[in-house]
Design a protein around this ligand. Structure first.
Ligand code: NDP
Length: 457
């Protein structure tokens, strides 16, 4: 199976660097080193690893610009957003530096009559991390930081279009003295991924990506009785009630759809707007979409960068054509593809999406917003929950108590009120339905790949 790990600048189409793929012998060596780390880490306290993880955080903090530029040149993220991702990478690491060891403290269970018991948490073996290109560093750190604290080695199969970012993460680990075997980036093909999942030294798989990739990897994990977490796609709603603060709703809705050129799993892909505020909201978002300046992500003036690759551009264009052929309409925007070697994509606002449209449950991964008008909250909830996905969502209303009540009825793993949904290291992140299972971040994230061992006396 041919596989190419090549960094291509999606703004100008220039090939930056092609990396040699990892041989089977190198995979075996990585597994041996991972296994060695797993056994040696068992003899050492997690606080020692916390100190090493802090050094990794400091490395990213000290060289923010260097790491940020690789994001921008490999997958087209606006340089300002790239700097923010590197900062977030530091925050994710620091959360587990400070809270990881404590989250692994044994829990006493003294609720069995005349018995004493406790549950202790220990490492289980290597975890394979399969990650997408949309947040190349933080997607790794979500898995690496908690597992490193536990003592589980992490093997990485990153998206093939961001090899420089994958390599930079590994180089950073080596530079700051993360022990050998604790983290290894592999430029491998899908067959090698499957063989790694089957290997007894590997006890878990964490994937972030599309529903399709999730089904395949989860099936391999299931076949081999390996624990897995699946952070998959979504068609998150952004609900705007009549009593919303219009400016806050427009600002939040627009950034939640256009951030990262719309390539975010928790992006606001469906605006559901109550009729009383619909016209003003639509006018507001149209103006804000029109104000976005499409262009070079390294240019500070640009406010909408390219998609991650030429093939992503082509795929989204074809999806939009199918959406329109299925009966939806363009309410605002230009459906033509910008010419040139880059992967630029004009933002669009689409209405008239119905459950009968064959594209209804498709995750549109780019600057394409869908808008729905609804009268009652019953209608709003019906549209919101009529999705195969269940990742996140947002509600805009000045009545917070009421918004919280509505949030409880939304079938997703998380809902934000009066703000775009984003991840905080302190809070669990994950979904239900076809958005996957398991939780990353917070103390829940560190308990996914552990042996919770009950000891009774
Ligand atoms: P994928 O989900 O295909 O890729 C995610 C990761 O999984 C990559 O590392 C990829 O490797 C790997 N992968 C995919 N299939 C397999 C497999 N059968 N065996 C082993 N590894 C596999 O995302 P794409 O980049 O192809 O994007 C396609 C669509 O997926 C997007 O348009 C979007 O809708 C969705 N997506 C959603 C994300 C989210 O966060 N919700 C993130 C990324 C994509 P490789 O790159 O080598 O193919």
């Amino acid at each position: 199976e041919d596989m190419s790990y090549t960094a291509i600048n999606p703004f100008n189409g220039e090939t930056i660097r092609e990396f040699p793929t990892t041989s089977d012998a190198e995979v075996e060596q990585a597994l041996e080193k991972a296994d060695y780390f797993y056994h040696t880490a068992k003899q050492q306290p997690s606080t020692e690893r916390a100190a090493q993880l802090e050094k990794l955080a400091q490395e990213f903090a000290a060289h923010n610009e260097k790491y940020a530029r690789l994001l921008t040149t490999n997958m087209g993220k606006l340089i300002t957003q790239a700097r923010s991702e590197v900062k977030k990478n530091v925050e994710f690491a620091m959360y587990y530096v400070k809270n990881g060891p404590a989250a692994l403290k044994p829990i006493p269970y003294n609720n069995v009559p005349e018995k004493k018991a406790h549950v202790e948490f220990s490492s289980i073996g290597a975890v394979l991390s399969v990650e997408p290109w949309n947040f190349p560093y933080t997607q790794i750190m979500r898995v690496f930081a908690p597992n490193f604290i536990i003592g589980n080695p992490v093997l990485l199969k990153h998206a093939s279009i961001v090899p420089e970012c994958a390599q930079a993460f590994e180089d950073a680990c080596n530079k700051v003295g993360i022990p050998e075997g604790a983290f290894k980036n592999l430029f491998i093909n899908y067959n090698q991924v499957n063989r790694i999942i089957a290997d007894p030294r590997v006890q878990g798989v964490a994937l972030t990506g599309s529903e399709n990739a999730g089904r395949k990897i989860a099936a391999e994990a299931g076949k081999n009785l390996k624990k897995s977490t699946m952070e998959l796609g979504g068609t998150d709603v952004c609900i705007v009630l009549n009593d919303a603060d219009l400016k806050a709703a427009v600002d939040g809705a627009v950034s939640a759809r256009l951030n990262n050129s719309g390539q975010v799993c928790t992006a606001a892909k469906r605006y559901i707007v109550q009729s009383g505020i619909y016209d003003d909201f639509l006018a507001g978002i149209s103006t804000a979409f029109a104000a976005r300046k499409l262009g070079d992500p390294l240019d500070a003036q640009t406010t909408l960068g390219p998609l991650s690759s030429k093939s992503a551009q082509k795929a989204l264009h074809e999806q939009v054509e199918k959406v329109l052929a299925g009966g939806a309409q363009v309410l605002w925007g230009d459906t033509s593809l910008p010419q040139g070697p880059g992967a630029l994509f004009n933002p669009l606002i689409i209405s008239g999406m119905t459950p009968e449209n064959p594209m209804y449950d498709t995750e549109l991964f780019g600057p394409v917003a869908q808008i729905y008008k609804a009268e009652t909250e019953k209608e709003i909830l019906k549209i919101a929950n009529n999705s195969c996905y269940g990742l996140g969502g947002a509600i805009y209303s000045q009545n917070i108590a009421h918004a919280k009540e509505l949030a409880s009825h939304i079938e997703t793993g998380q809902v934000a009120i009066n703000q775009p949904l984003t991840s905080y290291p302190e809070l669990p992140f994950g979904g239900v339905k076809n958005s996957g299972y398991g939780r990353e971040l917070s103390e829940m994230g560190i308990h996914e790949f552990v042996n919770a061992k009950t000891i009774l006396n």
